[in-house]
Design a protein around this ligand. Structure first.
Ligand code: G1P
Length: 291
């Protein structure tokens, strides 16, 4: 039997320089897509997939993320006093319970692999989910549920992948798979940010992973890769010599909220998917775009 996936890691230490000045005093993960912070959308995805413990790898100026996932006594009491039962209920529903969150600090911008390694003691000796908060996976069903289903069927390590335009492969981790048409397929090769024109496929790592705890031993070596950073993909390549890796294809829409266009597009897409907003928002967009 495969060990269950109980914990999820969220690396949230990034500086957010692309969104200055918005991110001068506020973490980029707290930028809102419609009316929820980006990080809340990603935590929702993990919770809907049955994750029980949420591990945030944070950094300086990220304290507000911790506050966001805690009770806000004054606000809750005010909502209660004003009879705003629906708002209060929604607020409390979003909240992980006591003891279900952990926060640790990365202490330096040494790369994604280093951020994940910082979670080693909190995760312990069990397989875990990893979700990169910038990448919003928009689909009718939370994508992490599909990833966990793929893990339950296959065991090993599961990497979420999606097709990107061929001229953008140098911006991602790229995988080559045994059966390019299968929803879940064994991975033959991985490479982090291949030089332009050298990628074996256009299947990019989407920012969702299920990893075995042995990844921490490899990350502990602190070897530098692309961009001089400690790369998660490099540790996965080494781990794939002794453990199977499967690619699980994501067919929905991905919005990279680390880029301005991705973030703006996410706001439009998520608003258009909301029954309470879509009709009026569609009309407003139509009026805006007329010419
Ligand atoms: C990271 C990963 C990369 C993945 C990407 C998805 O890169 O290293 O493999 O494709 O996330 O966003 P980053 O975007 O942090 O440079």
């Amino acid at each position: 039997m495969n060990k269950p996936i109980r914990k999820a890691v969220f690396p949230v230490a990034g500086l957010g320089t692309r969104f200055l000045p918005a991110t001068k005093a506020m973490p980029k993960e707290m930028l809102t897509v419609v009316d929820r912070p980006v990080i809340q959308h990603v935590v929702d995805e993990a919770r809907a997939a049955g994750i029980e413990h949420f591990v945030f790898v944070t950094g300086r100026n990220k304290g507000v993320i911790e506050d966001h996932f805690d009770n806000q006594f004054e606000l809750e009491r005010t909502l209660q006093e004003r009879g705003k039962a629906r708002e209060l209920e929604a607020l409390l529903r979003d909240l992980p319970g006591p003891g279900q969150t952990s926060f640790t600090r990365q202490q330096g911008p040494l790369g994604l692999g280093h951020a994940v390694w910082c979670a080693r003691d909190i995760v312990g000796d069990e397989p875990f989910a990893l979700l990169l908060p910038d990448m919003l996976h928009h689909a009718p069903k939370p994508y992490m549920s599909d990833m966990i289903a793929a893990y339950e069927a296959n065991g090993g390590n599961i990497i979420g992948v999606y097709e990107v335009p061929h001229d953008q492969t140098h911006q991602y981790g790229i995988v080559d798979v045994e059966d390019a048409n299968a929803k879940v397929s064994m991975i033959n090769a991985m490479i982090e940010k291949p030089a332009k024109g050298s990628a074996p496929t256009n299947l990019a790592i989407s920012g969702r992973y299920i990893l075995q705890p042995e990844i921490f031993d490899l990350l502990a070596r602190q070897e530098r890769g692309a961009g001089g950073e400690i790369q998660l993909t490099d540790a996965m390549i080494t781990l794939s010599q002794s453990q199977p890796f499967f690619a699980a294809r994501f067919d929905g829409d991905i919005y990279d909220c680390g880029s301005k266009i991705g973030f703006l597009t996410a706001n439009v897409a998520y608003a258009l998917a909301r029954e309470d907003l879509a009709p009026d928002f569609r009309a407003a967009l139509k009026a805006l775009l007329k010419d």
